[in-house]
Ligand binder design. Structure first.
Ligand code: PAF
Length: 277
């Protein structure tokens, strides 16, 4: 596996390559990331996994400083599954001067995560479009775990007519259902035991919808109350349309349940798609 740290070197290495798949990450590689890389490898002979902790997408009081940086282990895991190139730019490569041009995402970026993390998706879109310009991949893999991020990046690629196929990847879970996330490592042993409840609350809503229940607001309220009773600080548990992430209207059937809540100091997100009958 090759390690590349500068844009110049990356461009030289990739010039003439016609089928490159990119997996943007912030490192602390776990099985969820590895599943994205495996999908990238099925899509292209050359896979570039990027590792860059993007300061701009962390809000005030978020965990930028303590975000786990485990570069050596990350490389060992990526190498073991056949990843071709790790692109690991530092801040002088990514932001040689203060970033003044931004991608300004549409209204959907101010809902849900955007409401609780103002400016987050503007920074994500900006860094992802910079990474796309650097790597110039033909495809890129993003996890459904960050459902809103995936939806926004897909729309960005469509609206800017970028010649990149966005490949969605299913969420990878621990045996008890907890979605894998770099932030799970902040959970205390007791919190780790409690953590699957977010997914369970979402699954309960999914099961009710599959049974034909469309009292979405009541379900959302019940899920939020359940989590609060168990010590969670709930940002949202909501049912939305898959396209546009808006409240479902009568007849909408392609739905997704999304949740975000904090346990102790750890904010977790999860989601589940559901086809309403
Ligand atoms: O999902 C992530 O890890 C980040 O938001 C991304 C896409 C790598 C951009 O920094």
């Amino acid at each position: 596996m090759e390690l590349i740290e500068t844009i110049d070197e990356l461009r030289k290495r990739l010039s003439g390559e016609r089928n490159v798949s990119c997996v943007p990450t912030m490192g602390n590689i776990h099985d969820g990331h590895l599943s994205l890389v495996k999908i990238a490898l099925e899509n292209a002979p050359l896979t570039v996994t990027t590792i860059f902790v993007n300061r701009l997408q962390f809000g005030q009081g978020e965990d930028f400083e303590r975000y786990p940086r485990t570069f050596e282990e990350d490389c060992a895991k990526l190498e073991a599954i056949g990843n071709s190139i790790v692109f690991h730019p530092d801040e002088t490569q990514m932001y040689p001067e203060a970033q003044e041009f931004y991608i300004d995402p549409p209204k959907v970026a101010r809902k849900l995560e955007g409401r609780f993390r103002p400016g987050h998706f503007r920074a994500v879109c900006t860094v992802v479009s910079k990474l796309f310009n650097m790597v110039q991949p033909q495809s890129a893999v993003f996890g459904k775990k960050d459902y809103q991020q995936l939806a926004i990046i897909r729309d960005m690629v469509d609206q800017f007519a970028l010649p990149i196929r966005i490949v969605p990847a299913e969420t990878v879970r621990a045996d008890d259902g907890l979605a894998l996330s770099s932030r799970n490592r902040y959970l205390s042993p007791e919190e780790r035991q409690e953590a699957p409840r977010l997914r369970e609350a979402i699954v309960q809503i999914r099961d009710a919808i599959v049974e034909g229940d469309r009292k979405f607001v009541a379900m959302e309220y019940a899920a939020g109350a359940l989590l609060s009773r168990h010590g969670w600080n709930v940002d949202y548990v909501v049912v939305r349309t898959r396209r546009g992430l808006r409240r479902p209207a009568p007849g909408d059937s392609d739905l997704v349940i999304l949740g975000a809540a904090t346990l102790g100091v750890t904010r977790l997100i999860d989601n589940l798609e559901v086809d309403a009958p």
